[in-house]
Ligand binder design. Structure first.
Ligand code: PMP
Length: 430
């Protein structure tokens, strides 16, 4: 894209907001890591289909058949987008959180799960859920690494010490929702497989910015969310190996997941469940959501992740260079300030409360960023816990000395972000 022009137009470009200082300004949405604006093209695709939808997998009518075709085409598009292997399944879910909970509910008995403490809660918590724990799942939390190499060594050491007779799963993020840093997914997958473990990639932050190839990364499953991939809320994906999913109890019990239901003599019911993705998609699916996700996958692929990455790289440099000489601003990272990352940067400003800063960016400059602990409390503790400026008496981030809430601030962007939004952000923080 020519310098300064954002590839791929998004919705909301003309939204204006009033400023407390008077006047109005176009809203600068710099919170893509939470939810990215939908692509104009996704909106157009949804609008073209919306008047024609009907129920899927059930009806014989024209619109029902059209919807079924669209839904199953969306599944194929997502499989292509993720470069899935033959035989992999694409299950439509509600979100990454839902996808990882589905996999947690499908763990084989007595599974050992290895997860870094630095993960988003969606990747950290499902393995300890009652459904997983009831089947004997045990979670091993791995310490926050200070380099990608250390991450691989930490995992290797933990896997070498595990009971090799029990099944094992590693869950890792592709890009951190806090630091934006890329994790060494291919190397972690190789380590997992060398020790007989499976691996699931949380691609919620990676998929909107980088091509994700299940084959090249050699991961067993991938999870992502439509609303971070420039599609609307309400649709997620879990894609990957069919075996654990086929052997698991259906995630939800109901129509669509059941192939045959027979009332028994004793009054009970015998059920044969589907084997494919339908096993975990009971109920009427979100066809529009799946269509929107597929549309976003096509748009990103056609634009090219190299074009998107070049745009983001320039915006990252604008932030880093623009704030480099402000000593109070400290960016958060595990792997070092220059580690490769997606367009997600978190920082603290010494002497400033992050939530006040975020509120001022909104009220005075029309800039939307996120502040807080980003659903990654142990990571924030690892990043800030030893810092006397950002620690309460108990050593926990979240409160400053004296009890005032203390939050980091996150700025994030991607396709559709004009340079002006990021330049305004830099000016405002300065
Ligand atoms: N993993 C990561 C890395 C995330 O950033 C998020 C969302 N912040 C999630 C998982 C959860 O995604 P969702 O809220 O769409 O379920």
């Amino acid at each position: 894209a020519p310098s300064g022009r954002a590839p791929l137009p998004v919705l909301g470009r003309d939204v204006t907001v009033p400023l407390v200082t008077g006047g109005e300004v176009t809203y600068a949405a710099l919170d893509y890591a939470a939810s990215a604006p939908a692509l104009q093209r996704v909106w157009d695709d949804v609008a073209a289909y919306a008047p024609h939808y009907g129920s899927v997998h059930r009806g014989a009518g024209h619109l029902s058949r059209l919807s079924t075709e669209l839904f199953e085409n969306a599944r194929r598009t997502v499989a292509g987008f993720l470069d899935c292997r033959d035989g992999d399944q694409v299950v439509f879910t509600r979100s990454t959180t839902d996808s990882l909970n589905l996999l947690a509910a499908a763990l084989p008995d007595d599974c050992q799960v290895f997860v870094f403490e630095t993960e988003h809660h969606a990747a950290l918590l499902p393995w300890g859920s009652p459904r997983a724990a009831g089947r004997g799942a045990r979670v091993t939390l791995l310490d926050a690494p200070d380099s990608p190499q250390r991450a691989v060594r930490t995992l290797e050491r933990a896997l070498a010490a595990r009971d090799p007779r029990r099944p094992a799963l590693v869950c890792v993020t592709g890009a951190s929702n806090v630091t934006g840093e890329l994790w060494p997914v291919r190397e972690l997958a190789a380590a997992a497989h060398a020790h007989g473990a499976r691996i699931v990639l949380d691609a919620a932050q990676l998929a909107p910015h980088h091509a994700v190839s299940v084959r090249a990364l050699d991961v067993d499953w991938v999870a992502f969310s439509g609303h971070k991939l420039y599609a609307p809320f309400g649709t997620g994906v879990l894609a990957g190996r069919a075996d654990w999913l086929r052997e698991a109890e259906p995630y939800l019990a109901g129509g669509g997941a059941s192939r045959r239901v027979v009332r028994r003599e004793d009054g009970g019911v015998d059920v044969q469940w589907h084997d494919g993705a339908a096993r975990h998609e009971a109920g009427s699916p979100n066809v529009i959501g799946a269509h929107a996700v597929a549309s976003a996958c096509r748009a990103l692929t056609e634009t090219g992740f190299d074009v998107l990455a070049a745009h983001e790289e320039r915006l990252i440099r604008t932030v880093r260079d623009g704030l480099a000489d402000v000593p109070e601003v400290r960016f958060l990272s595990l792997f070092g300030d220059d580690a490769p990352r997606v367009g997600v940067l978190s920082f603290v400003v010494d002497g400033w409360n992050g939530s006040h800063l975020a509120a001022a960016l909104s009220a005075e400059y029309g800039i939307g960023v996120r502040d807080g602990l980003f659903c990654a409390h142990p990571l924030l503790r690892a990043l800030l816990g030893d810092d006397p400026h950002h620690r309460d008496e108990c050593g926990a981030p979240g409160t400053a000395p004296g009890g005032a809430p203390l939050h980091a601030v996150r700025v994030s962007f991607g396709a559709g972000t004009p340079d002006e939004h990021v330049e305004r952000f830099v000016r405002a923080v300065r």
